[in-house]
Structures are given as C-alpha cells and as structure tokens.
Write a protein that binds this ligand. Structure first.
Ligand code: ZN
Length: 584
C-alpha cells in the first residue's frame, strides 16, 4: 500500500510542475509575485494547488476537471454500463495528458478515456518524428466536436488512433494480450478507411495529413509497396493544395485569421512531409521525391524553457522540449541529406552518379557545421527527451551513409595517394558514427525504457549494426552491439518493418558465425523478457535501479537494462559449438 500512496503522490507532484510553469508564464506580475511569496512561505502542496486553482484560470482548474472526468469515466466501467470490449481490458493507470471525447469521431469505442489515452500516447511517442498535424489545433477541434473539412475529420482521427495502437499496451492485470490490441488497431484502421472512401473534399489539409499518417502506418505494418504509393499520393495532393491559384482571399478578419492559421499548419505539414519522405528515400539510396518547401521553417526559441514533455503514461518529472526547434533543425539536416541524395543517387535505383571527392568533403562539412550550430535545447547533455536523442541519431546516420559512399564511389578526381590518405580517416568516421548511435540508443533505453524507442531510430540502428558486426573482433565492440541489438528487438515488438530487420540480423549473425545459435536465441529471449518487464513496470527506464527498488514492487527490476547489457557484452565470438555459450 505504501508504494501505491507514493505513486499517487508522485502523480500529483508531476502535475504540479507544468501547472506552476504555466502559471508563471501566463500570470501577470502581481499574480506571479504573490505565487512566489506563497512558495517561499513553505506552503503545503495542497495549499499551492488551491492557490493556483483560485488565481490562475486554465491551469489547475482544467487539469483537475480532466482528472475528475477521467476518474469518473474509469470508474464507470462497471459491467452494468455495458462497456465496449476494449474498455473492459483497458485500465488507465495514469490520467491522459489530453482529454478528448470519443464521439462524434469514432464508433469503435464510446470510451472517452481510451481515446484520450491513445491520443496522449500518439503525441508523446510518435507525433514528434512526423508532426504532420498541429497538436493544439487538432485537440481543440476534437474537443469542439464539430466535423470540419479544414481542420479535423473522422477519417483523420481514426487514422491517428490506429497509428497510436502501435504504442498501446493492453495491460490485462498481469499479462499482455496482443491479439486484443491488434484487433483494436484494425478496427480503427477500417473505420478510417471507410470515412476516407466517402470523403468528398480530397484536396484539403486533413486529407493530406490522413494520407501521411496512413503511409507511416502501412510502413510500420510492413506493407511497403502500398505505403510507397500512399506516400506518392500524399505528395501529389500536397502539391495540388499548395498551388498559388488555390490561395483563398478572405474578406473578414475572422476569415483572415483562419487562413493564416491554416497557412502556418501547412508550413509544418510541408516540412514534416519533406523530412519524412527524404528520410525514406535516403534510407533506400534513392533520388529524393520532394524539394525543400518554400515555406518558412518553424521559428527557433531564444533560450526559453519550452514545453514540458512527459513519458506518458509513466511517472517522471517533465523534461523541457522544443517542438519548433526540433522540426526546424530536423528540416535543415534533411536539406543536407536532400543535397547528398541529389548529388549521389539517381532516380531509377541505387546506381551512383559520378562525383568528386571535393563534393563529398563539402557535404560532410555541411553536416558538421549543422551539428556545431545546434542550440542548447537540442544538445544531448542532461536527461533529454527521445526526440532530441533521435535528432542526433539522424545526424550520425547521415555521416555514416556519406562515409560509406566514400568507400564505394568511383570519383572523377581519383588518385592513389589521396585514396591512401583518405581511407583510414573515412573508416574512423564511419565507425565513430556507428558507436555514437549505440551511445544514443543506450541513453534512450536508460532514460525512457526499451519499450518506446522512437521509430525514427530504426534506420540509424540498422545502419550502425551493419558497421559494427563487420568489425566485431575488438572486445569493446560487443557492448555497442548488444545495445543496438536490444534496441532493434524493442522496435520489432511494435513494428513489422523492424521485425524483418531483426530477422536479417539473426540470419547474418549465424551466417557469419559471429554467435552460436543458442546465444542468439538466448540474447533475444532475455531482451524479450526485459521488454515485457519494462512495459509492465511504471518505473523501468524512467528511474535508476536504486530508485526503482525503493518501490519494492514485485516483478520489477529483476533484470535492469544495464544488467542485460553487462550479461551479454562478454559473449564469445564465433559459433564453434553451443558449449561456449555465455548465457547461463
Ligand atoms: Zn529551442
């Protein structure tokens, strides 16, 4: 009971900080001064919450209303109220960050808490990598409950809910029921498609966003060919929508605000589409499909705190996050990747066009300059949110791909002396990037657990693994290998695309006789056990081992992440027989 009380205390502490920040940000000077005086007079938490509720509208009041509403709704799940199949197994342990109604958006469930939970998961773990929709605009449209072809449609909402199911763990008391979560995902997807088929306005922002998320969804489900054709359709509609002739001429002030709001969102959607399509073609060493948008990038901060990011549904003090800076720098990075792709890949496949060493060097310089100019809010120092770690992983991935091209390209200005000097430098760059990706994956797993690794890590992890297993003789390579392999396994639990990469890895390990079959099986069995423990525990990942054991929860931290890595980074190389297995 003691730890339960502790968890409740933590939950209320966790709410208090963002509310305080919000109050300081929005309150006038007098209000903020009285708030600070109150804090200095060592007031209790309850009094502080009461003061915020009474003096700062829109901070505690709305949050508490949400909480009350959610709790009431959770309690209502008695058999007599005929809950839907999904709400019977769904037990919210945390109050969703965003509170939205199920109706009129979906007919799959009438459970507002479930829909709010899914939406909170989606904005926490997925939306950052592909911010095709504007979060605040979508949530406020959903709360208003009015279907609107300009902002929010049932097709879009159901598509987001289907995509959110990748992160949905159906915790049925003490075990996970994957078949149930899968069918919920299918139900949302089918409903999204039903709405899409009857959509009349096919050149609209929600339609572009629907296609963009459908593309990511299909990619994750491993349905690649259809995913690619949906991506192309999305780009086509985006071009149609963005034609200058289409720009509306508003007559009223309200109309002007609406159009400028839509233009701002179109800017985000366009840059998000540019980043994700360029990443997709870059991974396949293909010519890029979309030019950098002519729209302004999101404006970067001037060193302010930003917004609070929480690893929902886990308890953890919020970390500072800057979504605009994130998209801004991701966009500039992928402009360089676009230039690399333009310069080195051709339209009809991976055939490489002739280039010069100087051009390659210049592209590499662009990347390092970009890295050197990252602002403080996107540096890795301190505990950072997954998407910040992901930005760095994208950078190291780009360096890795470029240095790989340096090995394989026949350049116009080749001479043996230059090549001789160049090879060790490029080889070092190549390995350094792979090891840096392993370090980032390690931070992600320690801070936030192995069960919610952003899907944006997939290509960097896969590329880094290929480099490291090509050079496993050195003992210090084993630990990065294990970190990357465990992370790929974590991703494979939520993505079919990652699952097939994992299968390839297992095959390569055996073919090259790097690990015995028994060791391969045992490593991934341990990774699997750790993944499930991580999902079931509200603390794994977000707390250090010593913090976690304070809770005394049964089944927690039987094997923390570090123990898992330590156990496996001593495995014996080669696969002569199963007797040399290091697992015991
Ligand atoms: Zn910033």
């Amino acid at each position: 009971m003691a730890w339960k009380r502790k968890v409740e205390e933590l939950e209320s502490d966790q709410r208090l900080l963002p509310e305080l920040i919000e109050a300081i940000r929005t309150g006038d000077n007098n209000q903020v001064e009285s708030l600070i005086n109150l804090i200095r007079s060592s007031t209790s938490h309850e009094e502080l919450v009461g003061h915020l509720a009474a003096n700062f509208s829109g901070t505690v009041t709305s949050a508490e209303e949400d909480e009350a509403r959610s709790k009431a709704s959770t309690r209502q799940q008695s058999p007599s109220s005929q809950p839907s199949r999904s709400s019977r197994v769904f037990q919210a342990s945390s109050v969703p960050i965003y509170s939205v109604p199920a109706k009129p958006w979906t007919t799959i469930t009438d459970d507002d808490v479930l829909v709010s939970h899914l939406l909170s998961l989606w904005f926490t773990w997925r939306h950052w990598w592909y911010p095709f929709v504007d979060r605040d605009a979508l949530i406020s449209a959903m709360q208003d409950g009015k279907e609107d072809d300009d902002m929010c449609t049932p097709a879009l909402v159901n598509m987001i809910l289907a995509d959110a199911c990748f992160d949905f763990d159906n915790l049925d008391e003490d075990n996970i029921n994957p078949s149930m979560e899968k069918s919920l995902q299918d139900l949302f997807y089918e409903e999204a498609k039903r709405h899409a088929e009857s959509t009349r306005t096919k050149v609209s922002l929600p339609w572009i966003q629907f296609l963009a998320i459908q593309w990511q969804y299909l990619q994750n489900r491993g349905i690649e060919r259809l995913a690619t054709s949906i991506m192309q359709e999305m780009l086509y509609v985006l071009r149609q929508y963005d034609k200058p002739s289409r720009s509306q001429k508003p007559k009223t002030r309200r109309g002007k605000e609406r159009v400028s709001g839509a233009q701002r969102i179109l800017g985000y959607t366009s840059w998000a589409a540019f980043v994700s399509t360029t990443a997709a073609t870059f991974a396949m060493r293909n010519h890029p499909l979309m030019e950098p948008p002519v729209k302004d990038k999101p404006v970067v901060c001037k060193g302010d705190f930003g917004e609070a990011w929480l690893p929902y549904p886990r308890e953890h003090p919020p970390v500072s996050a800057h979504s605009d800076c994130h998209l801004h720098y991701l966009s500039t990075l992928f402009e360089i990747c676009y230039n690399i792709s333009q310069c080195l890949f051709v339209e009809d496949g991976p055939r490489i066009s002739p280039t010069t060493r100087d051009a390659l060097e210049e592209l590499h310089r662009d990347l390092t300059t970009w890295y050197g100019e990252l602002p403080g809010c996107l540096e890795v120092a301190g505990v950072k949110a997954p998407h910040t770690l992901s930005v760095h992983a994208q950078y190291h991935w780009a360096v890795l791909v470029l240095s790989e091209l340096n090995f394989t390209l026949q350049t116009d200005d080749e001479d043996d002396a230059t090549v001789e000097l160049l090879v060790p430098v490029v080889r070092a760059q190549h390995m350094t990037s792979a090891l840096a990706i392993a370090d980032l994956v390690h931070l992600q797993s320690v801070y936030w657990g192995v069960d919610h690794i952003p899907i944006s890590f997939l290509e960097p992890i896969n590329a880094a693994l290929a480099v490291i297993i090509g050079d496993m003789e050195a003992p210090e390579r084993k630990s990065p290998f294990v970190k990357l392999a465990v992370a790929l396994h974590g991703l494979s639990r939520r993505s079919v695309a990652a699952e097939s990469m994992l299968r390839m890895l297992r095959l390569t390990l055996r073919q090259r006789r790097l690990m015995s079959a028994k060791d391969v099986d045992n490593l991934f069995k341990d990774a699997s056990d750790h993944w499930e423990a991580s999902v079931l525990s509200p603390h794994v990942g977000v707390a250090t081992a010593s913090d976690a054991t304070q809770f005394g929860e049964a089944g927690i931290a039987e094997e923390t992440y570090d123990m898992l890595v330590e156990k496996w980074d001593q495995f014996s190389l080669g696969a002569p027989s199963s007797s040399s297995s290091s697992s015991s």
